[in-house]
Design a protein around this ligand. Structure first.
Ligand code: BGC
Length: 763
């Protein structure tokens, strides 16, 4: 009875308080700006600060569990406005308790790392990793993956995706190479844009669209020695030329809703506390109007890691004044900001500006108007990993696989001549290694990691894929043979025995989840455990060896190349990887993937990206490597097919461009082999003489072309005038008159660039 009395009293107070509120911000006919202003004018300082708060739910089943760092009461006390990683019941609970039941009824933004698919949620569609997907050079596919991811996120009540990563990978030692679209600025920009457009659609407010986040602003991919989150020490010129363009495009064409400030420092100032970076460069110069979220605990790092703020108040002032709207996981921030304002150290107007950006995004996403966006959908089970989505996962796995070697055309395997296959190696039957990072939590995250296989519907390991493919026609003798991590695990003799009894050996080696990702940078990039020893012994059997590398990024492949008759690179192909690899091995599909990071012979050659500027004395190689290692093992853009393509008849419709004119042209591409195939034709340009040093060639356009045997197509291309510009000494983008060379071919290697022409830009 007493309880009911208290409840009625609370309800009366609530009704009374609410009736005093001007609810005009709920009127969807008003403009977003009006609604934001009406709402903001009624918010207390604490409520405004609450909108800047963002904390993880840590995948607990219940927010009050120890899974969440703080109890629900704490979230209520600080009016927390956004959460990461909340799923199912947690979402229902927080939208009710912290949103609907709050004084102003402001809905929460729910965010997640749906890096390649909504992959933290059980039984969703998990696409290959970003690096794997970059091998497809397929913008339409990137768009579709974005769309499917958004659809699955929306079905579970999640609004913001922490992706795509548009970092440029320059050093394979870096643990997060697999989270990038590779080493080339143009390719990363294009694929990143397509992904953003797929996620966000035309209108953020429509059901099924989510906010994308371009990350990690900026230069995070090129830190010293491949060491994650160290300082970006290269010049501002380099930052602007190599690393800024993907963000620029994401903002200008993609209208990306969010940008994440990285863990690293730029020009001596941590990215999250760097006002030049976020206020001047990102907002003023690039015109970014959206919301900046700073990476995990970057707030406390200003104090305890980067040592640029003395205490919590100083750090709070620095991080908010620098242009961050939401410092992720900053538990001391609410009190510190309040103290800073109350002590007169921070103007409340700064909080207002930041709070407005958060509220704006909530209105733009339609969270105040469309209640169905706030909760998991009753139909979600029909949506998650449905057959249409799974078809795209399989197709993307197919397109992501790269054929690097095929001696004597051993692939595709001819089934009619094979009775026994030995399948050997630690990654042949390891779905966790095949899924890699960010599938159901990143490395080391979440106790349910052990349940990965059970929580991933329809997955196929390489072994299973091969078994399904050959059915009862061929015997498969599987032996694990060696382990990725445990150098004492030794089944090599058993593997050799299986090889001896077989017609061909398929060896599946690589890395696994503990050798990749954040804080997992590597120095040697070798095949760990007894993997190579196992290969040597298998090679001695004299049986043909097909090597499948299932890894998060290319490792040092040189020793493996020498021991393999065919070499297939299957970068985390994830759930459908087994089916895709088997299909390629047996020729159901022709491989079309091309690598997007240059693969060196030795670690010492890093960074090895193709787009380096000339100037290295000594003919461009290390004297303690033999002359062959002057070049990388595999160049950017390289990948083989079961057919051959012939390039010809390059014609430019204007070889003397006037200011502002695009370069247009055509070339012919013919399939001169016996099977259908897809070629990724690449167009590179060299500015022959300019006022600053430049790379000898730079990718400016690419085309995916499907061709039947003997089919020839005329390919049209257009390079915009601005694409010919360089950043001059005064940090200004200009096109300098003079001659340019255009190269077209199947990879960035000189010998693959068969078509060449010269054009000029007139004064
Ligand atoms: C990563 C981000 C990620 C964030 C939230 C950080 O450690 O650097 O890429 O979005 O965690 O999970």
């Amino acid at each position: 009875m007493k309880k009911i009395g208290t409840l009625l009293l609370t309800l009366c107070c609530f009704v009374e308080t609410f009736s005093q509120i001007n609810t005009a911000y709920l009127d969807s006919k008003k403009s977003t700006e009006e609604r934001v202003a009406i709402l903001l004018s009624q918010m207390t300082l604490e409520e405004k600060i609450g909108q800047l708060q963002l904390y993880s739910m840590d995948f607990s089943k219940n927010i009050t569990d120890s899974g969440s760092a703080k109890p629900l009461a704490w979230y209520k006390k600080y009016h927390v406005g956004s959460v990461i990683n909340a799923l199912d019941d947690d979402i229902v609970l927080i939208q009710k308790e912290l949103g609907e039941n709050s004084r102003l009824g402001i809905p929460l933004l729910t965010m997640i790392d749906a890096i390649n698919g909504h992959s933290f949620y059980p039984n969703t569609t998990i696409f290959p990793s970003q690096l794997a997907l970059s091998h497809t050079w397929n913008k339409e596919l990137m768009y579709d993956i974005g769309k499917i991811t958004a659809t699955e996120m929306a079905a579970t009540g999640v609004h913001v995706n922490y992706g795509p990563g548009v970092d440029i990978a320059r050093d394979l030692r870096w643990g997060r190479v697999g989270e990038t679209f590779g080493e080339d600025t143009y390719l990363v920009s294009q694929l990143g844009l397509a992904r953003i457009q797929g996620l966000q659609g035309d209108d953020l407010a429509s059901y099924g669209n989510v906010a994308a986040t371009a990350k990690h602003f900026v230069g995070y991919g090129e830190t010293v020695g491949g060491r994650d989150a160290t300082e970006f020490i290269l010049s501002e010129r380099h930052l602007r030329t190599e690393h800024l363009p993907p963000f620029k495009l994401a903002i200008s064409k993609g209208n990306v809703a969010m940008v994440m400030a990285g863990y690293h420092a730029v020009n001596g100032v941590p990215a999250s506390g760097n006002s030049w970076l976020l206020n001047n460069l990102l907002r003023d110069e690039l015109g970014f109007k959206g919301m900046v979220v700073s990476d995990w605990e970057n707030y406390s790092r200003l104090i305890d890691t980067h040592l640029v703020s003395a205490d919590e108040i100083e750090a709070a002032i620095q991080i908010i004044s620098a242009g961050n709207d939401m410092p992720m996981s900053a538990y001391a921030l609410p009190e510190a900001l309040k103290n800073a304002v109350e002590k007169g150290l921070l103007d409340e107007a700064v909080i207002d500006t930041v709070c407005k950006r958060v509220l704006r995004l909530k209105f733009q996403l339609g969270l105040f108007d469309n209640k169905s966006k706030l909760l998991p959908s009753a139909k979600k089970n029909k949506i998650l990993a449905n057959s249409d989505h799974m078809k795209v996962a399989l197709e993307s796995a197919y397109q992501s696989v790269v054929l690097l070697e095929n001696k004597n055309k051993i692939l595709p395997l001819d089934e009619t001549n094979i009775k026994n296959i030995a399948v050997v190696g630690p990654n042949a039957d390891d779905i966790v290694a095949q899924l890699g990072d960010w599938s159901l939590g990143f490395r080391g995250q979440g106790p349910w990691q052990r349940e990965v296989p059970q929580r991933t519907k329809n997955h196929t390991t390489i072994l299973k894929g091969l078994q399904n493919r050959v059915g009862s026609n061929i015997n498969i003798n599987y032996v694990k043979g060696s382990d990725v991590l445990d150098a004492n695990f030794d089944e090599i003799s058993k593997a050799v025995e299986a090889a001896r009894k077989s017609d061909v050996v398929i060896v599946v080696i690589g890395d696994n989840r503990l050798l990749t990702g954040e804080q997992q940078d590597r120095a040697v990039l070798n095949f760990t455990g007894k993997q190579l020893e196992m290969m040597e012994r298998l090679k001695q059997t004299g049986k043909p060896i097909i090597t499948i590398v299932v890894a998060s990024k290319p490792l040092i492949l040189e020793p493996v190349v020498n021991m393999s008759d065919a070499l297939v690179l299957a970068i985390n192909p994830r759930m459908s990887g087994g089916e895709a690899v088997a299909g390629i091995v047996f020729g159901d599909q022709n491989p079309s993937g091309k690598i997007t990071v240059t693969i060196p012979h030795k670690v010492g050659q890093l960074p090895a990206h193709y787009s380096q500027s000339p100037g290295w004395h000594g003919n461009g190689h290390y004297i303690d490597l033999d002359s062959i290692t002057k070049k990388p093992l595999y160049s950017f853009g390289y990948g083989m097919s079961y057919t051959k393509f012939q390039y010809g008849a390059l014609s430019l419709n204007n070889t003397k461009l006037k200011k502002g004119q695009a370069l247009k042209g055509t070339f012919k591409l013919k399939n001169i082999g016996k099977v259908a195939g897809t070629e990724i034709a690449q167009i590179y340009i060299q500015d022959k003489v300019a006022s600053v040093v430049r790379p000898l060639k730079l990718l400016k356009e690419f085309k995916r072309v499907n061709l039947k045997p003997n089919e020839e197509k005329t390919i049209e291309f257009e390079i915009p005038y601005e694409a010919l510009s360089i950043l001059n000494f005064k940090n200004k983008w200009i096109v300098e008159p003079g001659e340019f060379t255009i190269y077209i071919g199947g990879s960035s290697r000189d010998e693959d660039l068969n078509l060449k022409n010269i054009f000029s830009v007139e004064k």
